[in-house]
Write a protein that binds this ligand. Structure first.
Ligand SMILES: CC(C)(COP(=O)(O)OP(=O)(O)OC[C@H]1O[C@@H](n2cnc3c(N)ncnc32)[C@H](O)[C@@H]1OP(=O)(O)O)[C@@H](O)C(=O)NCCC(=O)NCCS
Length: 178
């Protein structure tokens, strides 16, 4: 695929502004990697995605070729002195269409996500397998030790990482994703 001819365009949408057409294209892209049927993808979307979540979408000629979701979630942040109820971005579902990988396109999604996280002065957390840690480190994400995070998606075989320039993690004892 020649990228000069088919230049990818980047869009961000809140869920409430996502057209049914784009949503369908996103679910079809996710289906290829996550191996769930379109119906179970739809169900997951309905049950988990909130109106204010941010969808970062890379399109070529009306096709979604890259996608990432910033999902807003309540969390409890405990420091030595206090417990604060806050909101956090769960960095979810980063995917590039197989035909467009190794072209540097994930960088566009990662940089946009990081920019939004900083602009909103939020902390963001992701869960990934070991083989992706180096990838996320390239974009300034850092490992979050397991004892500092309570999150039901963090299984034994996975790792958690965080990003967010406006939050000092040193003072934090524990983050519980609610
Ligand atoms: C992970 C993924 C998004 C990377 O997208 P990509 O477009 O192929 O990556 P890029 O070409 O933009 O690579 C950007 C940089 O990351 C590096 N990189 C890519 N995949 C990597 C990996 N698995 N581990 C370490 N570095 C990696 C590239 O070498 C490149 O580095 P450089 O800028 O120094 O040259 C893509 O492989 C994908 O969609 N995988 C399936 C879904 C998935 O596993 N998502 C993560 C869920 S946690």
């Amino acid at each position: 695929m020649k990228l000069k001819k088919h230049k990818p365009k980047l869009f961000t949408f809140k869920t409430k502004n996502l057209s049914p057409f784009t949503k369908k294209k996103i679910l079809n892209l996710k289906k290829i990697h996550y191996k769930f049927s379109l119906n179970s993808q739809k169900k997951w979307f309905k049950e988990n995605v909130n109106d204010n979540d941010i969808h970062i979408v890379l399109m070529v000629d009306k096709n979604v070729i890259g996608y990432n979701l910033l999902h807003e979630n309540k969390c409890l942040i405990e420091s030595k002195k206090k417990k604060v109820l806050n909101t956090i971005f769960i960095f979810d579902t980063l995917i590039i269409n197989k035909n467009f990988r190794n072209m540097g396109l994930s960088k566009i999604l990662m940089e946009k996500s990081n920019k939004i996280i900083n602009a909103k002065k939020k902390l963001s957390i992701l869960v990934c397998y070991k083989n992706l840690i180096m990838f996320y480190k390239k974009f300034d994400w850092r490992i979050l030790t397991k004892k500092k995070l309570k999150y039901n998606h963090l299984s034994k075989d996975k790792f958690s990482m965080f990003y967010g320039k406006n939050l000092k993690l040193n003072n934090i004892k524990k983050i519980t994703i609610l």
